[in-house]
Design a protein around this ligand. Structure first.
Ligand code: IPE
Ligand code: IPE
Ligand code: MG
Length: 251
């Protein structure tokens, strides 16, 4: 009797979501930092700083819920259009985050990987990124993919280029190219597609994010700005996901 009562109580504490059907892979477009700051009369940079804290909290929450992969959109190939001051503030934040993550990854048992063209970043930043990915070989927990100077079109163009190079070298015939071969040349090679995409910040578009991988992903949009997006909002997004009927083109 006692056991059954405890069992019931535990379920009640989590009755907003079903812990047996947690999405394996969650992707997030971390949007709304600038507006969050502007509404407070702060420079946009302050929003990015608050956004990086929201990212940490989200990673903790999702890891605790048993999510296996988290992919976040941190800086797009189009974000270079922003004022130089804002771009350098984001680079400084990234540098700070990477320095801290070297310790944090081991503490929290997180694996950190980066998707995107890293060539425009400073040699110091690239070195830190390489170090971080090296540590990821020693940790075993949730995998976090951070998309930096990432664009879905850029990723697909790169995959085409890699396939064309193999054709030029005579390793491959154009007529033999398969979807699996395209997939294996994406930054996300070997990672299952996202089950759930969350976009806070009120916009309902995917702004050049994971164009290939989102083919059958469930979308949840929210008006809450990213720095305010907490555990409550994450659980609500997962609850909405759990009510969806995924058909993948079938019936
Ligand atoms: C997302 O927040 C972070 C980056 C694109 C780097 P924004 O900076 O786009 O915030 P809003 O959309 O202007 O509020
Ligand atoms: C998407 O947000 C990119 C990131 C969150 C990193 P944007 O703010 O750049 O997207 P748009 O310009 O509103 O489409
Ligand atoms: Mg934005």
């Amino acid at each position: 009797m006692q056991v059954a009562w405890f069992g019931k109580k535990k379920q009640k504490a989590d009755d907003d979501i079903d812990l047996n059907h947690i999405p394996r892979h969650v992707a997030i477009i971390m949007d709304g930092n600038g507006r969050w700051a502007q509404r407070r009369g702060l420079p946009r940079q302050a929003g990015h700083s608050a956004g990086s804290e929201a990212f940490r909290r989200a990673a903790d929450t999702l890891a605790r819920l048993g999510v296996e992969v988290l992919t976040v959109y941190a800086f797009s190939t189009e974000n270079w259009k922003r004022p130089a001051e804002e771009v350098s503030a984001i680079m400084r934040l990234l540098d700070k985050y990477l320095h801290e993550s070297v310790r944090e990854m081991q503490e929290k048992n997180i694996r950190l990987y980066f998707f995107g063209d890293l060539t425009p970043f400073s040699p110091e930043l690239r070195k830190l990124i390489a170090e971080t990915e090296k540590i990821s070989e020693t940790t075993t927990g949730m995998r976090v993919n951070v998309c930096l100077n990432y664009g879905g079109r850029d990723e697909l163009t790169r995959a085409c280029r890699l396939l064309a190079e193999d054709c030029e070298k005579g390793k491959l015939h154009a007529s033999d190219i398969t979807g699996e071969m395209v997939e294996s040349r994406l930054y996300s090679a070997g990672v299952p597609d996202p089950d759930l995409l969350i976009r806070p910040g009120g916009e309902q578009r995917f702004s050049n994010f994971l164009l290939w991988q989102l083919a059958y992903t469930e979308f949840v949009f929210s008006d809450v700005l990213w720095p305010d997006f907490g555990e409550k909002e994450i659980r609500a997004a997962i609850a909405e996901y759990q009510h969806r009927k995924r058909r993948f083109g079938g019936v």
